[in-house]
Design a protein around this ligand. Structure first.
Ligand SMILES: Cc1cc2nc3c(=O)[nH]c(=O)nc-3n(C[C@H](O)[C@H](O)[C@H](O)COP(=O)(O)OP(=O)(O)OC[C@H]3O[C@@H](n4cnc5c(N)ncnc54)[C@H](O)[C@@H]3O)c2cc1C
Length: 406
């Protein structure tokens, strides 16, 4: 039973069901409501290696027409002539990854889930309680729905996001902090084409990311999704500006390199924070996605890490089932925990350090980071290492991320 049918839990549900495990996906949100254009205006940067998880889940045919490849990444401090430029051609022909609008991801998940024999979707349904064995010897865990129904299974997956209740019920503590920054998200239409280049400008309040999306017919290559990091005390005032004033503020940060700008659709804001669960597992219980780790969007890695959790967990559980082992037994869960700990900790640490290093206007730090960017830019082998990192092609990759079958 998977609690949380977001992008992480929803993908895991499909993969497990395809691997022959009888799977139940439970979410408090009506899946149809999640398809509404006003539900989630974000677009996600999905690294090349992570996109293979979406391919394995059977989602890529539906996603590919609306996905924009990321062919170049340009990183610079605002106002500095020193920069870092990654060009995918230095490594071959494949892009660094793809920009996919979250609404497209939700639509593809929704359609695929409706057509998946081993998967039962229970939504909208609120989970009101969970009981799992206190030691490793029980055979199942249970969930209580707010309407009083009780469900049991050999394994419960907590994919219920940052404010995970299942994590609390399992007695797993978290550490973390708020960033005093807010991510303002919107889409802009621009005169000049983006040529599939992603830009990250470091401003005093934090990173300002310009991410190329496909755009609707007639405007292909002319729309970008923005993640504008702003001080949390200023963000509400910016969010309350009328469209013209908002666009004027935005243009000051964006610059004019893509010509004149127009806002497309509404704006969203997300308070930014970091959290990490002390453990990924408890008896008959396992965490993944934002329920396990929440990070700053500076490197566009939260969902990527969640899908890496999914790829490893699906592999561990499919292998257990194949040889007739109990999928919820402690040995399987420990294997998952061991394989995810380093990767997740490294990414949490990296995003935190990057944000602290770049979100300020302290002159010596500015100089050090600008020289750092320019130095990496001139060292081809170091640069290739970072480019492979951006593609997600580092560390011990599970089978799905190497393009192999589950
Ligand atoms: C501004 C911004 C930009 C980002 N950009 C990127 C990016 O470019 N690339 C990237 O990789 N990541 C990005 N991320 C991170 C990414 O969006 C998240 O990591 C990802 O969406 C987490 O998905 P999830 O399924 O784990 O959690 P969620 O999306 O939070 O899903 C949790 C689900 O659980 C359900 N639920 C919760 N509690 C209950 C309950 N008690 N009963 C029933 N259901 C319940 C909820 O309804 C929800 O559907 C960004 C984040 C932000 C804030």
């Amino acid at each position: 039973m998977i609690v949380g049918g977001g992008l992480v839990g929803g993908t895991l549900g499909l993969l497990l069901a395809k691997a022959g495990l009888r799977t139940m996906l439970i979410d408090r949100i009506d899946p149809a409501a999640g398809l509404d254009a006003g539900f989630d205006g974000r677009a996600s940067a999905i690294a090349l290696a992570t996109h293979r998880v979406l391919v394995a889940a059977g989602l890529w045919d539906a996603l590919a027409p609306g996905a924009a490849p990321i062919n170049d990444i340009r990183v610079a401090d605002a106002g500095s002539l020193l920069f870092l430029h990654y060009d995918h051609a230095a490594l071959g022909t494949e892009p660094f990854g793809y920009m996919i609008e979250n609404r497209h991801l939700r639509r593809a998940l929704f359609d695929a889930q409706a057509d998946c024999p081993n998967l039962t979707v229970v939504a909208p349904a609120e989970i009101a309680g969970m009981d799992i064995p206190t030691a490793g010897d029980g055979t199942e865990g249970g969930l209580t729905l707010s309407d009083g129904r009780r469900l049991t299974a050999p394994l419960i997956v907590g994919a219920d996001g940052r404010a995970s209740k299942t994590r609390d019920w399992a007695g797993i503590r978290t550490t973390g902090w708020r960033y005093d920054q807010t991510g303002i998200v919107c889409t802009v239409d621009h005169d000049r084409p983006h040529h599939n280049i992603a830009h990250e400008h470091f401003l005093a309040a934090g990173p300002f990311a310009i991410l190329p999306i496909k755009g609707p017919p007639g405007r292909e290559g002319h729309q970008s999704s923005l993640v504008w990091t702003e001080r949390s005390d200023l963000a509400p005032a910016i969010m309350n500006l009328d469209d013209d004033a908002f666009l004027a503020e935005l243009a000051l940060r964006f610059g004019d390199f893509l010509g004149s700008l127009a806002l497309v659709g509404p704006r969203w804001s997300y308070p930014l924070a970091l959290h990490a669960a002390a453990r990924a597992t408890a008896p008959r219980f396992v965490l993944c996605g934002d329920a396990l780790h929440g990070m700053h969007p500076i490197a566009g890695q939260g969902l990527n890490m969640g899908l890496r959790d999914v790829a490893v967990l699906a592999e561990v559980l499919a292998d257990a089932r194949r040889v007739g082992l109990d999928v919820g037994a402690a040995a399987q869960l420990e294997d998952y925990e061991r394989r995810r700990r380093f990767d997740n900790s490294l990414m949490l640490g990296m995003t935190d350090v990057l944000n602290r290093l770049f979100s300020n206007d302290v002159a010596p730090l500015r100089l050090a980071r600008d020289l750092g960017l320019a130095t990496v830019n001139r060292l081809p082998e170091v640069k290739k290492f970072f480019m492979r990192h951006a593609m997600g092609e580092v560390g011990e990759l599970p089978r799905l991320m190497r393009g192999e079958a589950l």
